[in-house]
Each structure stands twice: as C-alpha cells, then as structure tokens.
Write a protein that binds this ligand. Sequence first.
Ligand SMILES: [Zn+2]
Length: 211
Amino acid sequence: MRTFIDHARSFREDVTRRGEDFSGLAAGQSPLALFISCSDSRVIPSLFTGARPGELFELRTAGNIVPPYRLDRPAGEVATIEFAVEMLGVADIVVCGHSHCGAVGALLGAADLRAAPALRGWLAEVADGTPGIGRPAQAAEDGASPAAPPRGDHAAAAQRHVLAQLDRLRRYPSIRRRVADGRITLHAWYYEVHTGSVLMHRPSTDAFLPL
Ligand SMILES: [Zn+2]
C-alpha cells in the first residue's frame, strides 16, 4: 500500500511536470466507449487501449459479467450500463474477457467457492445460456476436489462467456434500439494476461483473432 500512497501523493506534481492539463475534464465527460471487463488486477484496460482520462467509461465486475436487464431488483451493473448508454451516449461497447479468469474457472467447476457464497450465487444466476459453461462449484458442493480445466478449454470457455454477455447486452431495451439503428456497435474482446495480446471476435468466422 505504501507505494500507492507515495504515487498518489506525487501524482498532481507529476502531471504538471509532464505538461498535462486535466482542467478540461471538469467540464464533463464524453467517453468514446463503455468498456466492460473483469475486476482482475492483471487486466488494465487503459494500459492496453492507451485510453486517456475521459475516453473510457469502465464497468468492472467479477468475470466481466453483464446481468440480465430487470427493474424489479436494482443492480449497480445495470444502472452503470444504462447511464453510459442513455446519459453519455457511448457509441461503442466492449466486453473484454481474459485468460486465466478465476470467475470463468469457477463456472467450469474449477474453484471451491464455499467461502464466497455471494460470489457463487452471482455466478450461478448469470451462468445461463452459455454452452459449455455450468454452474459454479458443483464439484465442491458434491465434496469432490475441483480440478483446473485444461488451458485450451479455459480460453474457449472465456471467449464463449464474452459472447454470452454480449447477447445479454443486446436484450437491454436501450441497447437493442441503438444497435438496430446503428448508433451503438458491440465488440467482444479477449485479453491474454500473460502475453498482452488482445483478440477480437470476428462474426464472419466466429473466431477470436488478433486485433
Ligand atoms: Zn476474470
């Protein structure tokens, strides 16, 4: 924590020394995109996109999960997405999954989530509709030791998981309308934490390929 405090303490001075001017940011924000990614500490969207302050509106959730749109149970994720779309008018939405994702591992049954019942419930609720993705920690519930899935399986599952979140976004009323008339474009990305590579889903081949 010490290094974070030291860095934050000198940040304003460093900004000035670099000749950067943040004063225009006080006038408001007009981000170019809503970027939905995992809370994983190895995934830093501004690092690999080069986004500057004011350019990316971020939503980070465990497993870059987009919950179903519903009004009977307020959810911060739904509210954040709606704000970006309705109030900020973002033109692009990126859902970015990643390699070695613990949430995807849990959905594959490779993690024991008995100590994290809220996380297990969250994953179970949103795990529907993704081929090959199950409900989390069934093995642990059954008393068996969870085993890590093979690496290729994990990558494929994480990529299918991203596409499932995009499908869910398309069911948000405001997004459905904007996708239909071309005001919003949806993008499925996949980031490799161990290489820095970013892949993008190409609908023409239904494959994730380098950007
Ligand atoms: Zn993750």
